[in-house]
Design a binder for this molecule. Structure first.
Ligand SMILES: C[S@@+](CC[C@H](N)C(=O)[O-])C[C@H]1O[C@@H](n2cnc3c(N)ncnc32)[C@H](O)[C@@H]1O
Length: 296
């Protein structure tokens, strides 16, 4: 055996030992946590029943039904993200999810978007993307006041120093765009402000996700919509183990389905993320329009 092949054989053996060791460690960790094993099996079963490609196909079909094109929208979104100096689209990166692709699709295909309302500004990244996709539109974005107790206690903003830095970064991003109007108030108040006189072309509901907030946001959005307004709503669960007012509940699922069964809206659900790892925490994004009831 040459010294070269001896070294290679030896290092291959070392890699094999290391990998087996790591696998044994992972297995041990799994055995200690039976719930994780059940979840993994569930994930594989769900993926087997409907694999990622099939999920992307069904997602693409919804785009088509709505006159949008998913592949083209992803390309357009990436052009915009690059322009803004943001990361390329990847559903596993930060707050990125299918809503951005849908926004890009709307920007490409629907030319009548002059005013956009976003409920839930957070770090203003989505607001910035909206402002670039719809550069000739006015983007109104609403979030709670900096000193609102809910604002201070949610989304990892408890620490005042971290919160201040977060607020400064958000305000800087907003100031860098000339078509954003940032309104700090509780979205429950929308219909008591001058906003009530407006009709928006696109509305993105992404504030508090539980009762009674999101129901109020949905009903107010309907009041602020005209016949061709596109209303989208984030983070929709069909069922949850434990619900709360801010992050997780079935409030939007129930409210939107009630409106659908009362034949008041045309409703579509997109998967928020199509990847296999999201099958155990399936969330949707709603896309809806008002039905024409003007003859009643
Ligand atoms: C999920 S984040 C928004 C994310 C952002 N729209 C995006 O697409 O990346 C929700 C935001 O809604 C705000 N929010 C929660 N309840 C609200 C309310 N009642 N009125 C206005 N904003 C609210 C929170 O402070 C938080 O910043």
């Amino acid at each position: 055996m040459t010294s070269m092949s001896f070294i290679r054989k030896n290092s291959n053996a070392r890699i094999l030992i290391k990998e087996s060791g790591m696998m044994a460690f992972k297995l041990l960790k799994l055995i200690k946590n039976p719930l994780k094993i059940i979840n993994l099996i569930k994930l594989e079963y769900l993926e087997f029943r409907c694999n990622t490609n099939k999920r992307i196909d069904s997602q693409t079909k919804i785009y088509k039904e709505l006159g949008l094109q998913r592949d083209k929208s992803i390309k357009h979104l990436n052009v915009i993200l690059k322009q803004l100096g943001l990361n390329k689209y990847d559903e596993d990166y930060g707050m990125y999810s299918e809503h951005l692709i849908i926004f890009a699709g709307i920007a490409l295909e629907k030319k009548n978007i002059d005013s956009v309302l976003e409920i839930g500004t957070y770090d203003a990244i989505s607001t910035t993307i909206l402002s670039a996709l719809f550069e000739n539109s006015k983007i109104y974005t609403i979030d709670l006041k900096n000193n609102d107790p809910i604002y201070k206690q949610t989304y990892s903003r408890e620490d005042s120093e971290i919160r201040n830095r977060f607020n400064i970064a958000r305000d800087k991003i907003i100031a860098s765009r000339n078509n954003i109007e940032f309104i700090q108030m509780n979205s429950l108040a929308i219909m008591q402000t001058t906003l009530r006189k407006k009709k928006f072309d696109l509305i993105w509901i992404d504030g508090a996700h539980g009762y009674p907030f999101v129901c109020s946001d949905i009903m107010n959005s309907i009041a602020l919509a005209h016949q061709s307004t596109i209303i989208m709503c984030d983070d929709i669960w069909e069922s949850v183990d434990k619900s709360d007012q801010i992050y997780k509940s079935i409030a939007s699922w129930e409210t939107l389905n009630c409106l659908k069964y009362a034949e008041l809206i045309d409703l579509y659900f997109f998967l928020k993320r199509v990847g296999k790892i999201h099958l155990n925490n399936k969330k949707f994004i709603a896309y809806f329009k008002l039905k024409d009831l003007s003859t009643i």
